[in-house]
Design a binder for this molecule. Structure first.
Ligand SMILES: O=P(O)(O)O[C@@H]1[C@@H](OP(=O)(O)O)[C@H](OP(=O)(O)O)[C@H](O)[C@H](OP(=O)(O)O)[C@H]1OP(=O)(O)O
Ligand SMILES: Nc1ncnc2c1ncn2[C@@H]1O[C@H](COP(=O)(O)OP(=O)(O)OP(=O)(O)O)[C@@H](O)[C@H]1O
Ligand SMILES: [Zn+2]
Length: 474
């Protein structure tokens, strides 16, 4: 591990504030172990002896398996993305996507979600050999379905060093001495859209949570083996009883929406990346959840109550919901603004035959470039807010604690807990994904409409959330 005298690109990412960079090379790979991964990144925990790196994770990019350097996507924003994001920093046209990504987190998402819940991390330089070795070392721990489709991007020359938010420790304390546990929740969209641009045939989008409709498509495509009982609207309701209901549902059907960590190690919830087998397996690990009782004096039934109290008393979910609601137009409206920006014939209008709808869309096509940019920018910010996760880390406390953390008092166990909320995965979504978003939305709506016709004949959300089997017409 080396420190380089070269100052970094924006001067603020430097380790110890000394204008130096951290460089990870082949021999450092042994100090980094697999922690988890999503669709786009792999996250590693540090197990070496550097006090600075202990309690940190390294987030490295993945690429589709077998992609060679020659097919590398551009490292810079596209012409239209430059227009879209020109206000988030200076010279966005000449800054790499990695650095833009950090500017997006710090200058766009952090003010929306509250800086105390957002950690932009610092970029560190990683050698190709480091990434190659890490990629080999972690192969055995990665879920098979993730391995089949993706691998470490060894041509990336930097990675993001972030605090491990499954841990909680006092600035003055040492991580090693403290017992802590954490939950990771991917809440997804917490409200029902009400855009006038939603087509009449898709009226049910205004009544049924997107998560619930998407479950039907996922089941149909074999991505999940049973419907989730979780309803994001409960989690975001601001009402204790409904939040508790959401947490209980996440415990019974965690899918990729819920994980529990004890002292930084995952003890409940799957790794994602395939049919939810990994998540089902984790129920066998209830024994390890029982460990919470031993180490934190927390009765198992009190655990959902504790998470509920933390969510209820924190303003974080409210902030997240407000950010999600920046999507005022729904993709059925925003797609037209997108075509104004890229200046191409609108594919959504091309496939629409309803004169009333076309008239409404023509209003969107008459908007100025600035107005179109705002609609799409807000849509993409909301997309990030609908896809991020939050980590809430806890540790038992003697009393109400101090300013460093929030505290909750758990009546059932007569105990105080310190907790801290952090958002993770606040990545900027690519503008090019707008077409995909539109197509996915149509697919979800079509399959859901078919499900309603075949199965219930009307929209009955209670029926869906019971985990009922869905029969499909051949
Ligand atoms: O489209 P969605 O709602 O399915 O969200 C995708 C997520 O699927 P989910 O339904 O949460 O299992 C998906 O998660 P998984 O890979 O399924 O764990 C990703 O988070 C994806 O984002 P990105 O492509 O990595 O930037 C997410 O894509 P975005 O829509 O956020 O761009
Ligand atoms: N700062 C962190 N502290 C602790 N664990 C983390 C942190 N960041 C990520 N993780 C773990 O690594 C996993 C993958 O990270 P992340 O969600 O950032 O990946 P991704 O590929 O961007 O996800 P997605 O599929 O949503 O795009 C998370 O689900 C979480 O368990
Ligand atoms: Zn159009």
């Amino acid at each position: 591990m080396l420190e380089n005298e070269n100052p970094d690109e924006n001067g603020s990412q430097s380790r110890h504030g000394r204008g130096m960079e951290l460089i990870l090379s082949a021999e450092d790979s042994k100090d980094w172990v697999y922690k988890g991964e999503g669709a786009a990144n792999i996250v590693l925990s540090y197990i070496g002896s550097s006090d600075y790196l202990l309690g940190k994770v390294l987030r490295i990019h993945k690429v589709p398996r077998g992609r060679t350097k020659s097919t590398n996507v551009s490292s810079f924003l596209s012409r239209h993305e430059i227009l879209l994001w020109r206000d988030i920093g200076e010279n966005v046209e000449s800054i790499s996507k990695e650095v833009i990504g950090q500017l997006f987190i710090m200058n766009v998402m952090s003010p929306l979600l509250d800086p105390k819940h957002v950690d932009g991390g610092i970029r560190v330089i990683v050698s190709k050999e480091f990434l190659e070795r890490v990629g080999k070392n972690i192969l055995g721990q990665r879920p098979g379905q993730r391995v089949d489709v993706s691998e470490v991007d060894v041509f990336c020359d930097s990675a993001l060093l972030i605090n491990d938010h499954s841990l909680i420790s006092r600035k003055s304390g040492t991580l090693k001495e403290e017992v802590c546990f954490a939950v990771e929740i991917k809440p997804k969209c917490g409200y029902l859209p009400n855009s006038e641009f939603i087509a009449k045939k898709n009226y049910f989008k205004k009544n049924v949570p997107r998560f619930e409709m998407h479950q039907i498509l996922k089941l149909h495509q074999g991505e999940i083996s049973q419907l989730s009982r979780y309803n994001p609207l409960d989690l975001f309701s601001g009402k204790k009883e409904r939040i508790h209901q959401a947490i209980s549902a996440l415990f019974s059907t965690p899918q990729n929406n819920f994980r529990v960590f004890l002292n930084g190690s995952r003890i409940f919830g799957g790794l994602g990346g395939g049919v939810d087998k990994a998540a089902v397996c984790c129920h066998d690990r209830n024994g390890e959840i029982e460990d919470l009782k031993k180490v934190c004096w927390l009765p198992l039934d009190s655990f959902p109550e504790l998470i509920t109290e933390a969510i209820f008393s924190s303003a974080a979910l409210g902030r997240l919901l407000a950010s999600q609601k920046l999507d005022h137009y729904d993709i059925e409206g925003a797609i037209h603004a997108y075509y104004n920006i890229v200046y191409e014939p609108c594919l959504a209008c091309k496939t629409c035959s309803d004169p009333d709808s076309l008239l409404r869309y023509s209003f969107l096509h008459d908007l100025s470039l600035e107005e179109s940019l705002k609609i799409v920018r807000d849509y993409l910010i909301a997309a990030t807010a609908k896809d991020c996760s939050l980590m809430i880390s806890f540790r038992p406390a003697e009393d109400m604690g101090d300013d460093e953390f929030n505290s909750v008092f758990l009546e059932s166990s007569n105990q105080y807990f310190d907790y801290k909320v952090n958002f993770i995965d606040l990545d900027m979504k690519p503008l090019q994904k707008m077409d995909y978003y539109y197509e996915l939305d149509q697919k979800i709506a079509t399959v859901y409409a078919k499900y309603m016709q075949n199965e219930v004949g009307y929209c009955n959300s209670a029926n869906l959330s019971e985990g009922n089997e869905v029969q499909w017409e051949q």
